[in-house]
Design a protein around this ligand. Structure first.
Ligand SMILES: Nc1nc2c(ncn2[C@@H]2O[C@H](COP(=O)(O)OP(=O)(O)OP(=O)(O)O)[C@@H](O)[C@H]2O)c(=O)[nH]1
Length: 464
């Protein structure tokens, strides 16, 4: 029988509050019995010929359940979870919930500090957080116990270069864990930096602005800390419904992270967008640092000027110049971010690198390959959905749809006698094989979804 690949390096996505052992209050919809609808077995009404991947999945129940949801429904579920978690955290704070160290002041950190939050027991009878991970009372390291959804094969985390280097720096005996994100104008280098820190490609990158459309978490494990990096789309002036939704998503993430790194590309002068972002973050609880990116592209004098400009823009806690491409100062930046994380037990098991569903990562890799060499509006018009994954021995068959908005775009993406699409497929296949560590057969179809960026129904279907 065909199996869903079992993955190391991935865990089902949970809200920051859930990971910290806070039980989110029910969302308004939940008490009325309006829990997010499960999608039918063939999520997009294209039923029949192939069995959906979820039916083959041998994964924990929650993850298996979520595979039945369409991407849009999954996102809505995430949104509801986040809203509920925020409300729970606020209420916890009002009720004098114990604040964690660092910048998390005012946030309730344990299930017991949250109203209506029953403490759950693990199979061993020990209390666990909502997420099935230990609450802070269990001490560090306990999170790697059996509650992990990680399983055998699949995404193999590469040995992390920060681990050994950082061991020596663990001088105060304090373990820190928390969330950080990079913000900044489109193309500032946020995703490249996230990948460089996590040590594996979990976010796609390209030289087209607004490449990032999903919030993806990458997890860095060190002996003294766990840094959960949340890669977000760049905040921008929205021109479509998609743009508005992406901006909302970014603001939601900002409100729940401990450290925010505002990225300024060293090779471009400070602009209106940078000023706008700096003013937006001034209200947040998170510790805000400045990251001057792409320093390999400028001479020392330009860099010095950029650092000065950045320092005059806002009262940043620190300013760190880095190059994600050469690796210059990446480790220093990591140390700075870790320094501002709250004291906390581990949030994810040891070998989890991301909690993004595998289908989403794969769809992103296909989109990245499709972005190569296209111009003008076309990059924005491309969306990808993985319809199905089947595992046969060491081969994974992936069926994916690549959406564009117009017939003319469809012919560009396909190319003369399918040459361009073939190239996209072969580039994407190599990346996917790197990701899942198995041979891949990739079946790509190009479809037209007219004006999907402006159409709420299509956006939902495509996961926004
Ligand atoms: N030379 C150099 N190029 C970089 C560096 N970091 C990122 N880039 C390039 O800059 C471009 C944009 O990088 P991304 O990481 O996709 O930027 P982003 O901020 O995530 O972009 P959006 O998704 O549009 O918000 C890519 O072509 C990267 O290869 C760096 O340190 N040095």
């Amino acid at each position: 029988m065909a199996d869903q690949p079992e993955k190391r390096g991935q865990a089902p996505k949970k809200t920051p509050a859930a990971l910290r052992g806070q039980a989110p209050k029910k969302t308004p919809a939940a008490p009325r019995g309006q829990a997010p609808k499960k999608a039918p077995a063939a999520p997009r009404g294209q039923a029949t010929k192939k069995a959906p991947a979820a039916q083959h999945a041998q994964v924990p129940k929650k993850a298996a359940d979520e595979r039945h949801l369409t991407a849009g429904e999954r996102n809505e579920l995430r949104r509801q979870e986040r809203r509920a978690a925020r409300r729970a955290a606020e209420q916890g704070a009002e009720q004098g919930g114990r604040s964690r160290g660092g910048s998390g002041a005012g946030r309730a950190s344990t299930a017991s500090g949250t109203p209506n939050a029953p403490r759950r027991s693990g199979s061993d009878g020990k209390p666990t957080g909502k997420a099935g991970l230990p609450t802070s009372s269990q001490g560090r390291g306990a999170a790697s116990a059996d509650s992990s959804p990680r399983t055998g094969k699949g995404v193999s985390p590469k040995k992390h270069r920060h681990k050994a280097a950082s061991a020596a720096k663990r001088d105060d005996g304090v373990y820190r864990a928390g969330f950080a994100c990079f913000v900044g104008r489109p193309n500032a280098g946020k995703s490249t930096l996230t990948n460089a820190i996590v040590g594996q490609k979990i976010a796609i990158t390209s030289n087209k602005p607004q490449t990032t459309r999903h919030v993806i978490r990458g997890i860095l494990h060190r002996p003294d800390a766990q840094l959960v990096l949340v890669d977000t789309p760049g905040l921008h002036r929205p021109r479509t419904l998609l743009g508005e939704r992406l901006n909302d998503l970014v603001r939601e993430v900002w409100s729940e992270t401990d450290v925010i790194g505002v990225c300024f590309p060293a090779d471009e002068p400070i602009g209106r967008g940078d000023r706008f972002i700096s003013s937006e973050i001034s209200e947040l609880k998170a510790k805000v640092i400045a990251v001057v990116t792409k320093v390999d592209l400028v001479d020392p004098a330009t860099l010095a000027q950029r650092l000065l400009d950045v320092s005059e823009l806002y009262d940043f806690a620190e300013i760190v110049p880095v190059s994600a491409v050469s690796g210059h100062q990446v480790e220093t930046l990591t140390d700075v971010m870790v320094k501002y994380l709250p004291e906390s037990p581990q949030l994810y098991p040891d070998d989890v690198l991301t909690d993004e569903p595998e289908q989403v990562l794969i769809a992103e890799l296909i989109r990245e390959a499709a972005l190569e060499g296209v111009r003008d509006e076309l990059p924005h018009s491309i969306a990808v959905m993985v319809e199905e994954m089947l595992v046969e021995g060491n081969l994974t068959r992936i069926y994916a749809d690549l959406y564009v908005e117009r017939d003319s775009q469809k012919s560009i993406v396909i190319g003369t006698r399918g040459a361009r699409l073939k190239e996209v497929g072969s580039r994407a296949r190599t990346e996917i094989e790197n990701l899942i560590g198995r041979r891949v057969y990739l079946d790509l179809h190009v479809r037209v979804a007219k004006e999907w960026q402006r159409d709420p129904k299509q956006l939902r279907k495509l996961g926004f």
